[in-house]
Ligand binder design. Structure first.
Ligand code: GLA
Length: 393
């Protein structure tokens, strides 16, 4: 499968730029199993990679030009042939609001970190749904970072590429995201979920094979679009930082679960901050609980923990929306083992853990509930833990 994709992307590159690429790379989107809005609090997360990927065909240039093309954006969207041409020396933060900011931001971040990138021709094609909370932007960033790392012989490790990509997104694009999505794209392994400590980026691959246990994980893309750079994400992040400052800790990760009640008391009547703190501290504990359940073979029991996570995101962190709640409520009413929103929130996708035998009924129930509510039909697919970023050709 990926060979055919790589070949098609390489052929398109050849038609665009007049010669074949030096290589073709892929980086996946992700779903987060548990650990939401904990990454910028130095906490724990547990994403796994989707089979959907951003694929990049890339060649180096020596004349300082960066040429970018995406198969996902109409060919005439960016002028002649759809190719955007930039000078690497001129790249500057927050000057670009389009998709090109992601690959260009990576080149900028690499150069900022002292790596001499003298230009590149890049053609991208992605199957990661955009705006669905499945990290389509991190996939774009990481695939470009990995390609340039290989071609320019930079010798950077996955977690280092993730840090550079996060910097590209924080500073160049201007979105205050954490480190989860880029690390997931760079470091996930097929058949595993990635248990990541976002403080020091230490990681453990946790075997996660639902099919072997008669279960499935469904992703329900509500088709409600979200945008992190626009406000609410940043407000939550600022609120968490305020909570940490009031409690005199570096990050909310430092508030122990068994010290939560005392911490909430110290926050007095700042209800907004109390709710944010309660979510983050309980969410870190939920990640640890899911890890120990999976490691002791009690996979089915993670369901209720996922659902608890949703309730916390809905009621304490307040980033759900009617469509996400409808997926969760309908799935649970139809016998799902657990369900929650995944990703940044305010739309995007939910995940549903279900017995294999219930998948069809559940899918139908969610689709019917959406139709009854007058919502846009959701996109439902099964998520199998897939490979992280890699070279295809
Ligand atoms: C987005 C961000 C991540 C993380 C999640 C919420 O996906 O990119 O860094 O904060 O939201 O868990």
């Amino acid at each position: 499968m990926s060979e055919a994709v790589a070949q098609a992307v390489a052929e398109r590159f050849t038609r665009l730029y007049g010669a074949g690429p030096e290589g073709v790379w892929a980086a996946p989107g992700r779903v987060n199993l548990i650990g939401e809005h904990t990454d910028y609090n130095d906490g724990f997360v547990m994403p796994f990679a989707l089979p959907h990927t951003a694929v990049a065909a890339v060649s180096r240039r020596t004349d300082g030009l960066l040429r970018l093309h995406s198969a996902n954006i109409g060919d005439d969207a960016a002028g002649a042939g759809g190719v955007t041409e930039l000078r690497v020396a001129d790249l500057a933060p927050e000057t670009d609001r389009g998709w090109t900011a992601y690959p260009a931001g990576v080149v900028w971040a690499l150069r900022e970190a002292g790596h001499e990138i003298t230009g590149a021709d890049i053609h991208l094609a992605s199957t990661v749904p955009a705006g669905a909370g499945l990290s389509s932007s991190a996939a774009l960033e990481v695939v470009v970072a990995l390609a340039l790392n290989d071609l320019y012989g930079l010798g950077l490790r996955g977690w280092q590429l993730a840090r550079l990509c996060q910097r590209a997104e924080n500073v160049y694009v201007g979105a205050p995201v954490g480190i989860m999505d880029q690390t997931a794209a760079a470091c996930c392994e097929a058949g595993h979920a990635l248990f990541l400590d976002t403080r020091d980026l230490s990681q453990r691959q946790i075997p996660f094979d639902l099919a072997a246990e008669g279960m499935r994980l469904l992703v329900v893309d509500t088709q409600v679009k979200h945008a992190h750079s626009e406000g609410e994400y940043g407000k939550r992040r600022a609120g968490c930082e305020k909570g940490a400052a009031l409690l005199g800790v570096d990050a909310l990760r430092d508030v122990p679960y068994d010290g939560l009640e005392a911490a909430l008391e110290r926050l007095g009547d700042d209800e907004e901050v109390r709710r944010l703190v309660r979510h983050v501290v309980t969410e870190d504990e939920r990640v640890e609980r899911v890890v120990s359940l999976l490691e002791s073979g009690r996979t089915r029991e993670i369901g209720p923990v996922l659902t608890e996570g949703h309730v916390s995101l809905r009621d304490d962190f307040r980033i759900s929306c009617p469509e996400l709640d409808l997926v969760v409520d309908t799935a649970l009413a139809e016998g799902a083992l657990g369900a929650r929103m995944t990703g940044g929130g305010f739309g995007g996708s939910a995940i549903v853990l279900a017995r294999a035998a219930d998948v069809e009924t559940l899918t139908k129930a969610v689709q019917e509930a959406f139709a009854r509510a007058g919502f846009t039909a959701p996109r439902v697919f099964e998520a199998v833990p897939s490979a992280g970023a890699r070279r295809l050709v």
